[in-house]
Design a protein around this ligand. Structure first.
Ligand SMILES: Nc1ncnc2c1ncn2[C@@H]1O[C@H](COP(=O)(O)OP(=O)(O)OP(=O)(O)O)[C@@H](O)[C@H]1O
Ligand SMILES: [Mg+2]
Length: 381
């Protein structure tokens, strides 16, 4: 390690949900104990970490004073504050230029459009007239989104069929910045994870395909069942975006595959739900590579170490079953890798995930689905 690199400085992680929990677990393996800024003592990562500061994300300045390198597991951040910290010499990774591009969907779309990346048609919505105008050009249904990430597990995307539905959503969300998007006929949703070190060394993970139900990510398979040329185009696009934003750490690029080609849906400058299967399916997980990248350490290989893999998210239903009560049944599913986040059950909450490997995506998916059904006390598919 060259002198001056903060590789062995204390790593601070802002946020303590399941992404931070799995990042923390990967750090421990390397003998690194990150310090966490958690909002609550029972946050998923706070439950397993030994070095936890409880505080609002806005108290990040004081937290940063105690860390050598700062990274983040979510986008609910005051970017202006982070910029001032960066100007003051704090090491923030990814840098605020990348964070700024990821934290606000309107800003993100503008940045991507200005640089020639393909995105769905969009407009900022400041009132009912903007919706009316947008729908008169792009037709119903349209998609309304909150510009800033909603709280964990809360809804931030609505597909609305008419003016009345749109107004209802706008009224409910009237304290938030909103955008409208044209409703895209999506053939397949792909996510490319790319990890980048300061200075630009990158590794790209195999392209995954995600299945969303009601705008919520349910299942992920790798490799994505798309033409090799499509997968290559997706990887190239992600790499160009990462270079353009000078990202550091994991950048997740969510793409829509349409009849006309690829569109960029959104970016997340952190490990991503679609990459949980890298724990079992690649030599270096997205979490470990995120740590390596933000600490400017050599990146690990990202090639597939098995023919196929699948993840099924464990999402609490209205009955709020505690999945850990069903471990006996779930662990009886041979080949299922069970990950539970230690969160309290509640409708719509992501409580864990199951990954399985297989000779093809469907075989892996069948195993993961069986274990997920067992965890939620449902009959298998
Ligand atoms: N313009 C669109 N046309 C059609 N479907 C869309 C559009 N935008 C979003 N969706 C659907 O809604 C999902 C969630 O949208 P988006 O990724 O923007 O929100 P999100 O709040 O970040 O969700 P997540 O955190 O689960 O990624 C998409 O993955 C897609 O299935
Ligand atoms: Mg998304």
């Amino acid at each position: 390690v060259e002198p001056g690199l903060p590789a062995l400085a204390r790593l601070g992680i802002v946020g303590a949900g399941q992404i931070a929990r799995m990042t923390y677990q990967a750090a421990l393996k390397l003998g690194i104990t990150p310090r966490l800024l958690a909002e609550r003592i029972d946050d998923s990562a706070a439950l397993v970490a030994s070095d936890v500061v409880i505080g609002h994300p806005d108290s990040v300045a004081g937290f940063a004073d105690t860390c050598g390198v700062l990274t983040f597991e979510h986008e609910r951040l005051d970017v202006g504050l982070l910029e001032r910290l960066e100007e003051g010499g704090r090491v923030i990774r990814p840098g605020t230029r990348t964070i700024r591009a990821a934290f606000d969907k309107i800003h993100q779309r503008r940045i991507l459009t200005n640089r020639g990346f393909p995105v769905p048609a969009f407009a900022e919505i400041t009132g009912p007239d903007d919706v009316f105008d947008f729908a008169s050009v792009f037709d119903w249904p349209i998609v309304l989104k909150r510009a800033r990430a909603a709280d964990q597990d809360a809804k931030g995307v609505w597909i609305v069929e008419n003016q009345a539905e749109a107004l209802r959503v706008l009224n409910e969300q009237n304290r938030h910045r909103m955008l409208a998007e044209s409703f895209v006929a999506i053939a397949s949703e792909l996510v490319v994870l790319i990890v980048r070190r300061p200075g630009g060394h990158v590794r790209v993970y195999p392209v995954t395909q995600v299945t969303n139900v009601d705008g919520v990510c349910r299942e992920i398979v790798a490799p994505a069942p798309v033409a090799p040329a499509t997968a290559e185009a997706a990887r190239t696009l992600a790499r160009r975006i990462a270079d353009e934003l000078d990202s550091v750490g994991v950048l997740a690029v969510e793409l829509f595959l349409t009849a006309e080609g690829l569109l960029v849906n959104e970016l997340a400058a952190r490990p991503h739900n679609a990459g949980h299967l890298t724990i079992e399916a690649t030599p270096t997980s997205q979490f470990e590579n995120h740590i390596r990248a933000v600490l400017d350490l050599p990146l690990g290989p990202t090639w597939p170490s098995c023919p196929a893999a699948a993840t099924v998210n464990v999402i609490s239903g209205i009955e709020s079953t505690d999945p850990s009560a069903n471990l006996t049944e779930a662990l009886a599913v041979e080949g299922a890798h069970i990950h539970l986040y230690g969160k309290r059950a509640g409708p719509g909450r992501k409580l864990g995930h199951v990954t399985a490997l297989g000779s093809d995506p469907d075989e892996a998916l069948a195993v993961a689905r069986r274990a997920e059904s067992a965890l939620l006390g449902r009959r298998p598919w």
